[in-house]
Design a protein. Structure first.
Length: 472
């Protein structure tokens, strides 16, 4: 390309570095390879420093002041885009997809699809992109400044000084001393003292877009937190040590480890994360907080035979509650699903009943088993299955079930225990845990095995052991 240019530039040797990268050894070879890659995608402009080629560093200024040959300038642009800037600038050595990212300022980009800001910085030979999880520029600057770890002034590696020194000596350039890396802008003074925990919670509450049940749960957690922590507490005083003290105080107040973890992580930590995004805190003090170990809870549930005896006793005293419990046991579902069941949800032709898990909002289907078919046929014969109308006249069956347990001298069970009885029965009968999870509206079998694996009866365990010890 140089041969086609009239009046070859004075510093032709500079451009030969692009083809002959062995002048300064392996280190410069890597830089030259980077130059070709970056130049193709970004041309003249470096994506972290878009001040342009002219005057961007001493080497560029020296060459451009001595020659205005277009061919020389084009080669300088190719060389400048990564090699010289790679030595004088702290920017990365690769270029972003500009169709996806919009440059806001040096080291700060906005993702066009979501509008979130990203920090871009160079860490040695690697370019590090980090999602700042905010759309506000001021908050993004604070976060980006906290992420970056700038080198002190007048710091340059010995290898870089050696390469640039050899370059200056070889081409006899009049270049001033290496510039110091500019120190980052001082972030604005923290204003955390002016904000309290109550202000942060109110501000966070305005951003909620969750179900009413989740809102009620967070409000309950906030009231629990108020027992051991004053709402007027300054955000700046919430250190990791203070949070551990709050965690211990909640446990001493009578909350079990699961409830303490819910208060600390589902509510307080998220509230403090909102304070970070708002710029009220430089970092989340709860980021390194560890949850309490949960104590394993052994819940009681009747066996399959005991469950049917209980339902018979309930039907004898309270037929309406007996119908509800009978349906819950036959299909392995909870009270909320039974309460919201309507006639159009029962499909006799396909042999399935459709439900919506009230906790997650996920729809799922349960097949009509033989013991459940008898129940549904009786409901249809009595005119209870009608489109747009609830199948059951709802009433809470818990009191009726407790009364039956006392009369039969059994442990006091809750209606939810019948769902566990159904799941354990299905596992003991050899049903695939993945299929059982599907009938419960779960994504996979992990929750089924983790939760109900410990409730397998001793009789079933002995039967499995017998299978392994049987001789042919």
């Amino acid at each position: 390309m140089l041969n086609n240019c009239a009046n070859p530039p004075v510093y032709t040797g500079l451009y030969e570095l692009l083809a002959v990268s062995t002048v300064f050894g392996k280190f410069f070879s890597q830089l030259v390879g980077t130059a070709i890659t970056c130049a193709v995608s970004s041309g003249v402009e470096h994506f972290l420093d878009t001040e342009g080629v002219r005057g961007s560093n001493p080497l560029s200024r020296t060459i451009l002041q001595t020659s205005q040959n277009p061919c020389e300038i084009s080669h300088l642009q190719l060389f400048h885009s990564s090699v010289i800037d790679g030595l004088f600038d702290s920017g990365p050595n690769s270029c972003p997809n500009t169709s996806r990212y919009e440059r806001v300022e040096k080291g700060l980009y906005r993702y066009r699809k979501t509008g979130q800001l990203w920090s871009v910085r160079r860490d040695g030979k690697r370019v590090r992109w980090r999602n700042l999880r905010t759309k506000d520029i001021e908050v993004g600057r604070i976060k980006a400044n906290r992420i970056s770890t700038p080198k002190p002034a007048n710091y340059w590696s010995q290898q870089t000084k050696k390469v640039i020194g050899a370059y200056i000596k070889e081409y006899q350039l009049d270049v001033p001393e290496l510039p110091a890396i500019p120190a980052p802008a001082t972030p604005p003074a923290s204003t955390t003292e002016a904000h309290t925990l109550a202000e942060c919670f109110k501000s966070w509450k305005r951003t909620w877009s969750v179900a009413q049940g989740t809102r009620d749960t967070r409000e309950a957690h906030w009231r629990m937190l108020g027992r051991v922590l004053a709402p007027s507490t300054a955000l700046a005083s919430l250190t990791i040590t203070r949070l551990r003290e709050i965690q211990a105080a909640l446990k001493a107040d009578g909350l079990n480890p699961t409830s303490v973890n819910d208060v600390m992580f589902k509510t307080l930590r998220r509230c403090l994360e909102h304070a970070v995004e708002t710029g009220w805190l430089p970092g989340n003090p709860a980021a390194k907080l560890k949850p309490l170990k949960r104590t394993q809870t052994i819940r009681q549930q009747p066996s399959w035979e005991e469950a049917w005896k209980l339902i018979e006793e309930v039907c004898r005293v309270s037929p309406e509650s007996g119908e509800i419990l009978n349906f819950m046991l036959a299909f392995g579902i909870g009270q909320k699903e039974v309460k919201n069941l309507r006639g159009e949800h029962i499909d006799f032709e396909r042999g399935v009943v459709s439900f919506v898990r009230q906790k997650t909002g996920k729809a799922f289907q349960v097949p009509i088993f033989d013991h459940g078919k008898v129940i549904l046929q009786a409901l249809r014969a009595s005119g209870r299955i009608q489109t747009g109308k609830p199948v059951f006249v709802w009433r809470d069956p818990e009191r009726a079930l407790h009364g039956a347990c006392e009369r039969l001298q059994m442990p006091v069970y809750t209606p939810r225990a019948l769902r566990r009885t159904f799941i354990i029965r299905a596992l003991e009968q050899g049903a695939d845990p993945r299929v059982v999870a599907k009938w419960q509206g779960h994504r996979d079998a992990k929750l089924i095995l983790d939760t109900y694996g410990a409730y397998v009866s001793k009789e079933h365990e002995q039967a499995q052991i017998a299978k392994l010890t049987e001789r042919k």
